[in-house]
Design a protein around this ligand. Structure first.
Ligand code: ZN
Length: 263
């Protein structure tokens, strides 16, 4: 090979290596999407999971162990986990910081501003045991109830790191791998979104080559923060249309993947 050809060949090989490294950011796909559903709602079992299963997408269900649709439908949640979805930890009774504005609804027994970090950690350990009894898994992620990250005025983030692979927060952004904070992963709270708004988020994630996390509560009702069932279904169909470019996975798989990346 002549020197110029060899030089060009070297440049080309280097470019291909760089391009494939970028493509590998998200398990070989251009972008990543995680679908997360909070608060142990019946509509997750009745509305969300059937369409996820129809299109073969795995999601994360952040279960509040003390809420009735968890205990009343244990066998269904067990089947959901056996089918590859993540049962995430969303605490026993959803404690939130009542000292924050607009938190008049918080039960004084579940007011995080009056709890110690140790009390919260004990609660989360028991919730993990309950979830392990259902799914048999040792590794899962956590979602901060109300997005609150402190108990008794003290951050509890460091104290829960031994319990989880990562934790989802409530700030909104599409993240590059090096922008993800494993114990405060950004997410988009979905409430009343149109199909176009949902699709725009997906398009944005693909354009940026980043991680997009959806945070759903109600899907066709059961919660004040809600998305129409038809709009949720349209989103899943859109993800299916774009699946060649997307790694759609539960939060635990994305967090495990990111942990393995060189920082
Ligand atoms: Zn919640």
């Amino acid at each position: 090979m002549r020197p110029l050809c060899r030089w060009l060949f070297t440049i080309l090989a280097f470019s291909i290596t760089l391009a494939s490294a970028a493509a590998d950011n998200w398990n070989g796909k251009r972008a990543a999407v995680s679908l997360t559903y909070d608060d142990s709602l019946n509509v997750h079992l009745d509305n969300a999971i059937p369409v996820l299963d129809e299109y073969g997408f795995k999601a994360t269900f952040y279960l509040t162990v003390g809420y009735p649709p968890f205990g009343e439908r244990l066998n269904e949640w067990r089947a959901v986990a056996a089918n590859g979805h993540e049962l995430g930890n969303h605490s026993l009774y959803h404690p939130c910081d009542a000292s924050q504005p607009g938190r008049e609804w918080v039960n004084p027994e579940r007011d995080l501003s009056q709890w110690s970090v140790a009390r919260l950690v004990d609660n989360l350990k028991v919730a993990n045991i309950a979830l392990e009894a259902v799914d048999g898994k040792k590794e899962r992620t956590y979602a901060y109830p109300c997005g609150d990250m402190s108990a008794g005025g003290e951050s509890y983030v460091a104290a829960i790191k031994p319990l989880f692979v990562g934790a989802r927060g409530v700030k909104s952004s599409i993240m590059q791998p090096d922008q993800v904070t494993l114990f405060d992963i950004d997410s988009y709270v979905i409430n009343g979104s149109s199909v176009e708004q949902l699709k725009t988020l997906v398009d944005d994630a693909i354009a940026k080559g980043g991680l997009l996390v959806f945070l759903f509560h109600g899907v066709g009702g059961e919660h004040p923060l809600n998305v129409d069932n038809a709009n949720h279904t349209a989103l899943i169909k859109y993800l299916d249309k774009k699946r060649e470019q997307l790694w759609v996975a539960p939060m635990v798989e994305i967090a495990q993947h990111l942990k393995k990346q060189p920082q």
